[in-house]
Design a binder for this molecule. Structure first.
Ligand SMILES: Cc1ncc(C[n+]2csc(CCOP(=O)(O)OP(=O)(O)O)c2C)c(N)n1
Length: 566
């Protein structure tokens, strides 16, 4: 049966066809036809955010937690530009976000029309693909293609710009015979039959290694390769390192798990890298926060790199063997080829590299104590979404993730303000399961307006604020590298308990360790959103630290005496 529908109606039908159930957005002039059509598609739930940046982060959080594309919508001009940080965040972390923007009508384009912005030009470098729909007849193909591109291979954001008059154009529409083109690409497969030689070479390197390491990144989570990686690690006895975005790809209680590498990685992890003779990197990009100075990175190691994206192989570090394809398939095939062993003496050597934790806090409100309380209080099944800064490093290192994909953070772009809106998206991907957004007092104030979204839409995200009165991570750099000149890093906060009260949600301030458990328990018990502010040591630092551009072999393990201002 066919009917005559507007472009806006067809767009809604196409979203439905793609299996979209949720759209995060904010209306405005150039997207009004879409909003007019929306109520006629009851399968599409719309979540009204308070800032378009939050719509993009929420779509991203949903995508990361569900493995399905997350959708955000904004009007032209300021609505579209407000999406930009969220789109760039998704691009850097390979998250399948589909952003739909209204555009001024075609006849007005190029005339500085009201709220006209060249959003395609702006987002081309930060999307996997951006496209204008020039005519209603192009709509089905371009929307379907957008979802395919966002999800296939290495995922990433796609932007679809739809001029207002195209939304108002009409054409005949009939539901596709197969009920729609929705497909979820769970394990994107490139043909790997031609890997033969490389696979054998990789297996031989692993088999002959005396000090092998597995470095696991986001690709293992995106490619759902947890079981395969674990089987390989256990069969070959190889210790496992998880990058910031690889955290929760491997259970942290597992005896083979070492920890996080890089700038704030544990000393024994970085020393293991510097002593390794073979590193098998799976689904990571060896970014500079992981490698430090690449010239001094893993000087003894031959690197085998498994990645879905051929552009990653050899991009940041020289690679002995590159294997392009899905982590799931490649790791499974590699496991068949490597002999079983335990690497006992190498593991003992690494254990000898271990140091006592360096973090020392004045008072007993240590991040470790707070995070243990959140872990115990939330029980299994919780997802922790962190913001960016010192607390992000503590949340990464001290929580103890056991379940796949239970840690979500902005790694590549390092976007402050990510946690609160991304946690909203995570909630919709995992309804009924606890979701915490953990932020610093700086990042929280970047998107705290989204509490209103939680209240209006009944979203029971729990928010923790690690309040140190500073933009802590920048203050730490000023302390270490800028002669303690705390320029623009002390930051005032409102009374967060009163803020919670103003929004009508539960709010707690925790000043002493004995209050932690009770506040967390109350927040978890509360059926709605809840906020807990933890007043932590103001000048606590994240240790160890590799100075920017430094070698992994030279960690800073205590605050330096005041250095001269550079
Ligand atoms: C949008 C954005 N602006 C600036 C920065 C630079 N930056 C990185 S960490 C940081 C401080 C974060 O402070 P806070 O949110 O209080 O967290 P803390 O480090 O104290 O845990 C800043 C300003 C950033 N990462 N993102």
């Amino acid at each position: 049966m066919s009917e005559i529908l507007s472009g806006a109606h067809i767009l809604c039908r196409l979203l439905e066809e793609q299996g979209v159930e949720l759209v995060f957005g904010y209306p405005g002039g150039a997207i009004m036809p879409f909003y007019h059509a929306l109520p006629e598609t009851p399968a599409l739930r719309h979540i009204l955010v308070r800032h378009e940046q939050a719509a993009a982060h929420a779509a991203d959080g949903y995508a990361r937690a569900s493995g399905r594309p997350g959708v955000c919508v904004a009007t032209s001009g300021p609505g579209a530009t407000n999406l930009v940080t969220g789109i760039a965040t998704a691009q850097m972390d390979s998250s399948p976000v589909v952003a739909i923007t209204g555009q001024v009508s075609r006849a007005m384009i190029g005339r500085d029309a009201f709220q006209e912005t060249d959003v395609i030009g702006i987002t081309l470098p930060i999307t996997k693909h951006s496209v204008v729909v020039d005519d209603i007849t192009e709509l089905p193909e371009k929307v379907r293609e957008a979802f395919d591109i966002a999800t296939e291979g290495r995922p990433g954001p796609v932007l679809i710009d739809v001029p207002k008059d195209v939304q108002n154009q009409k054409m005949e529409w009939s539901r596709p015979a197969n009920g729609g083109g929705h497909r979820i690409v769970e394990s994107p497969n490139r043909p790997i039959a031609d890997l033969g030689g490389n696979l054998t070479a990789a297996a031989q390197l692993v088999a002959s290694a005396r000090r092998p390491l597995l470095m696991v990144g986001h690709g293992v989570i995106l490619g759902n390769a947890y079981a395969e990686v674990r089987t390989l690690a256990e069969k070959a006895g190889i210790p496992v390192i998880t990058t910031l975005l690889g955290i929760s790809a491997f259970p942290e209680s597992h005896p083979l798990h070492l920890g996080m590498p890089g700038m704030h990685g544990e000393v024994h992890v970085n020393r293991a890298i510097q002593h390794a003779d073979v590193i098998l990197g799976i689904g990571l990009r060896f970014d500079d926060r992981v490698t430090g100075n690449t010239a001094a990175f893993a000087p003894q190691a031959k690197i085998i790199h498994v990645d879905l994206d051929p552009g990653e192989i050899g991009k940041n570090v020289p690679v002995a063997v590159g294997l392009v394809g899905s982590a799931k398939d490649i790791v499974a095939r590699l496991t068949e080829l490597v002999p079983a062993r335990s690497c006992e003496s190498w593991r003992e050597e690494i254990a000898g590299f271990k140091r006592e934790r360096h973090e020392s806090y004045r008072g007993d409100m240590s991040p470790e104590t707070i995070l243990a309380a959140i872990r115990e209080g939330s029980g299994p099944g919780a997802t922790i979404v962190s913001d960016v800064g010192q607390h992000q490093m503590w949340v990464a290192k001290l929580y103890g993730y056991q379940e796949p994909n239970s840690h979500i953070s902005s790694g590549g772009l390092g976007t402050m303000g990510f946690a609160v809106p991304a946690a909203i998206g995570v909630h919709f991907a995992r309804p009924g399961r606890p979701v915490w957004a953990i932020s610093g007092d700086g990042g929280f104030q970047m998107n705290m307006q989204e509490i209103a979204t939680m209240v209006q839409e009944g979203i029971p995200v729990k928010m923790a604020i690690f309040n140190n009165g500073y933009l802590g991570m920048v203050r730490q750099w000023q302390q270490f590298f800028h002669g303690r000149r705390y320029s623009a890093t002390p930051i005032w906060s409102p009374d967060y308990v009163k803020l919670a009260e103003a929004y009508g949600i539960a709010g707690y301030r925790v000043e002493q360790a004995r209050q932690i458990d009770e506040a967390v328990a109350r927040a978890v018990r509360d059926p709605g959103p809840a906020l807990v502010e933890f007043l932590i040591e103001q000048e606590a630092n994240v240790f160890p630290m590799i100075p920017p551009g430094g070698s992994l072999s030279e960690p800073i393990e205590s605050a330096p005496a005041a250095a001269p201002v550079p």
